[in-house]
Ligand binder design. Structure first.
Ligand code: ADP
Length: 208
């Protein structure tokens, strides 16, 4: 773990369990990984909508969206991708600790980075669900909604995952969405892997 020099952790006055109980929340991270255009963002957005409409705090951390801000200084070199995943995992962990279901959709091509994201959560007692959106590269190339595969294959873009940069497929994901699975079915599969929220116990007073 990286820690700046000369800093001390400051405990708040309210702990995780009191926070979660009072809010009727249970934080967790749903981590979608897969090739560009495999369908991560589509399924993640549908999961988010379903959870929020069911009254659960859920918030999407979309790879492209994060690169508009917190990861906006990073490119696509292996080191920058690693840092992108590290920061995303840290933000997800904070959201999950706060009682929100963080829904991450980033290519996250390296197994080590995903393992580190999982370890960060599990060390902290937070549920981490890895979802492999396993769409064949030929189908991703056919979809190509942002035209990135086309540009990479024309040599206009370097370091594109699935073309000239590697993607290390998860060997033991918690959920695997294979090609042909429609979005509604994918949402059900993901939600069935998530721990249920406890009932809210509002006004809970901490033990004194
Ligand atoms: P990613 O976030 O992995 O880059 P997107 O969610 O943007 O991928 O999806 C890429 C394209 O694939 C979009 O045009 C989307 O409509 C389509 N798509 C996503 N999920 C499915 C699915 N389950 N079946 C068919 N098409 C899908």
């Amino acid at each position: 773990m990286m820690t700046s020099a000369n800093v001390t952790w400051h405990e708040g006055a309210v702990g995780r369990m009191e926070r979660w109980q009072s809010l009727g929340a249970r934080g967790a991270t749903l981590w979608f990984t897969g090739l560009p255009a495999s369908g991560k963002s589509t399924v993640a957005a549908a999961v988010e909508a379903r959870l929020v409409r069911d009254g659960r705090a859920a918030y999407r951390l979309d790879g492209d969206n994060l690169r508009h801000g917190v990861c906006g200084d990073l490119g696509f070199s292996p080191a920058d991708r690693e840092e992108n995943v590290r920061r995303t995992a840290e933000v997800a962990r904070l959201l999950a600790d706060a009682g929100t279901i963080a829904i991450v959709s980033v290519v996250s091509p390296f197994a080590a980075g995903r393992a580190a994201a999982r370890a960060l959560h599990e060390r902290d007692g937070l549920q981490f669900v890895e979802i492999f959106v396993n769409t064949p590269v030929e189908e991703c190339i056919r979809r190509d909604p942002k035209g990135l595969y086309k540009r990479a294959r024309a040599g206009e873009l370097q370091g594109m995952t699935g073309v000239d940069a590697p993607y290390e497929a998860p060997v033991d994901p918690d959920v695997e969405l294979t090609f042909g699975c429609d979005v509604g079915e994918a949402v059900e599969r993901v939600l069935s892997a998530l721990d249920p929220a406890p009932a809210a116990v509002r006004g809970t007073q901490p033990a004194r």
